[in-house]
Design a protein around this ligand. Structure first.
Ligand code: SF4
Length: 400
C-alpha cells in the first residue's frame, strides 16, 4: 500500500474504466484520480519554461528528473534521463545524492522507484492523478480473492505468480510473498521459463500472469510455443473468475483480465490498413498489443527494442509503430533526417491519457515547491509491501 496525500473516496465502478476519470477526488486503492493540492501556474504563462529551468537549477544535484518515454515533449525537455519504468527506477537508485526523484510517469512507476531507491530519497509524482488504467485492473483484494479461488480448485500450490512491472506495489508484494517474480516486456520470456521451473513438477506448474493478459498470452504463445488453449482468462468481475475448477486445473497459464488502454486500441485492421497505405512498411508493435496484432506484425518488442530497431534501420526504410503516440512522434522527428519514414500504426490519436496528466504547469509547481523546501506529492510505499515487492524484483534481477 502506498501513502500519497491527499486522497479521498471515489465511487469506483465495479468494472475498471479504460480511461482515467478526470475527477477531483480519488480512490485510495486506485491508481487514478486526485487533485493537485497546490496552486498550479496557468498553462498560458509564457514563463513556464524559464520557471522550470530556474527551479531545477536552484535545486541542482538535489533533484533528479525521470522522464518516461511516453511523456509529452514539454516535460521530456527537463528530464535528466529518459527510459522505460524499470530503467528509470534503477537510474534513480544509482543517483543517491539526489534527495528528490521527480518521476514524470505514472503512479506505479513512482512506487517502483521508491522501492528501489534509498530511504533518504523522496520520490515525487508531479500529478497524483497520473495513474495507469492497466495497473488499476488488478487490485490487492481481487488478487487475494483469485488466490482463494485457485486454492478451492486445488491448484494454488502449483501456481507461480508473475507480475508485469506495470502493476501496483501491492501486486508486486503479493507476487513476492507467493514465490513469484516481476517481469518487464523485455524479459517476460525468461520470467515465464523461470516460473515454470519453480514447481516441483514443471509439467504441472501453472503461471498466474498479472495484470496484462496480452503480454502474458503473447509471451506464452509467441516465445514459448504454447497454444492459445493453454491459456485461460481470469475475470475478477465474475464469480470464480468466470472459470470452472476443471478449466483452472487444465490451464498452463492463467491470464489476468487486464490490458493497456493505449496498446489495446490497435487492431488487425490497423495493420492491414497501414500495409495498404504504405507499401513496403515494416510493422513494429509493443507486446501489450492484442495477440492478433502481434501475430500480424513483422517485429514485436519493448519500447527500448523499438528505439534500438529504428536506430539500426537502414535509410529509406518505412515503419509503422504500434505504441504510445508521444514516443512515435518523437522518433518520427528524430529519424526524419535519416530518411526513415515512421508512421503511427493507427489512424486515430492514441496518447496515454494518464501519463499526459503530467504537464508543464504540474512540473513547474513541483520543482518550485521543492526549491522552496516544500515536499509535495511524495509517493511512499510502506515497509512490509516494499520488502515483499523488492523480493519479487530481486528475483527478476537474478533471472538468467
Ligand atoms: S501506456 Fe498503458 S500501461 Fe503504460 S501507463 Fe498508459 S495505460 Fe498504463
Amino acid at each position: 500500500m502506498t501513502t500519497a496525500q491527499p486522497r479521498t473516496d471515489l465511487d469506483v465502478q465495479p468494472t475498471p474504466l479504460a480511461l482515467l476519470l478526470l475527477g477531483r477526488e480519488a480512490d485510495p486503492a486506485s491508481e487514478r484520480g486526485v487533485d493537485c493540492p497546490g496552486d498550479l501556474p496557468s498553462p498560458s504563462d509564457p514563463d513556464l519554461v524559464a520557471r522550470a529551468r530556474a527551479a531545477k537549477e536552484k535545486l541542482g544535484d538535489k533533484v533528479f528528473v525521470l522522464g518516461h518515454h511516453y511523456q509529452r515533449d514539454e516535460v521530456i525537455q527537463f528530464a535528466d534521463v529518459t527510459g522505460d519504468s524499470f530503467k528509470l527506477a534503477r537510474d534513480a537508485a544509482a543517483r543517491p545524492e539526489a534527495e528528490y526523484i521527480v518521476f514524470c510517469g505514472v503512479h506505479f512507476m513512482a512506487e517502483s522507484a521508491d522501492i528501489l531507491t534509498s530511504d533518504e530519497q523522496k520520490v515525487v509524482l508531479p500529478d497524483l492523478a497520473a495513474g495507469c488504467s492497466m495497473a488499476d485492473m488488478a487490485t490487492a483484494e481481487q488478487v487475494a480473492e483469485c488466490w482463494d479461488v485457485l486454492s478451492e480448485a486445488g491448484v494454488a500450490d502449483q501456481v507461480v505468480p508473475v507480475a508485469y512491472m506495470n502493476s501496483s506495489a501491492d501486486i508486486k508484494a503479493f507476487t513476492g510473498k507467493h514465490g513469484g517474480t516481476i517481469c518487464t516486456s523485455s524479459n517476460a520470456k525468461r520470467a515465464l521459463e523461470w516460473a515454470f521451473e519453480q514447481g516441483q513438477d514443471p509439467s504441472t506448474t501453472k503461471i498466474l500472469f498479472l495484470p496484462d493478459q496480452h503480454l502474458g498470452r503473447n509471451t506464452a504463445v509467441r516465445d514459448l510455443g504454447m497454444s492459445l488453449e493453454d491459456c485461460v482468462v481470469y475475470n475478477p468481475h465474475k464469480p470464480n473468475g468466470g472459470l470452472t475448477a476443471e478449466q483452472l486445473r487444465d490451464a498452463r497459464i492463467i491470464l489476468w483480465r487486464g490490458h493497456c488502454s493505449v496498446h489495446g486500441r490497435f487492431s488487425l485492421e490497423s495493420v492491414e490498413d497501414v500495409r495498404a497505405r504504405v507499401p513496403g512498411v515494416n510493422v513494429l508493435v509493443h507486446p501489450e498489443c492484442k495477440h492478433e496484432v502481434v501475430a500480424a506484425a513483422d517485429l514485436v518488442g519493448s519500447t527500448e527494442y523499438i528505439i534500438k530497431t529504428l536506430e539500426a534501420a537502414p535509410r529509406g526504410s518505412k515503419w509503422a509503430i504500434g505504441t504510445e503516440l508521444n514516443l512515435v512522434r518523437r522518433l518520427a522527428n528524430r529519424f526524419a533526417e535519416e530518411d526513415k519514414e515512421i508512421v503511427f500504426l493507427d489512424r486515430t490519436v492514441c496518447f496515454c491519457s494518464t501519463m499526459n496528466r503530467i504537464d508543464l504547469p504540474h512540473l513547474v509547481w513541483t520543482l518550485e515547491s521543492l526549491a522552496e523546501g516544500t515536499l509535495v506529492n511524495r509517493i511512499e510505499v510502506d515497509k512490509e509491501t516494499e520488502d515483499f515487492a523488492k523480493l519479487a524484483l530481486e528475483r527478476m534481477l537474478a533471472l538468467p
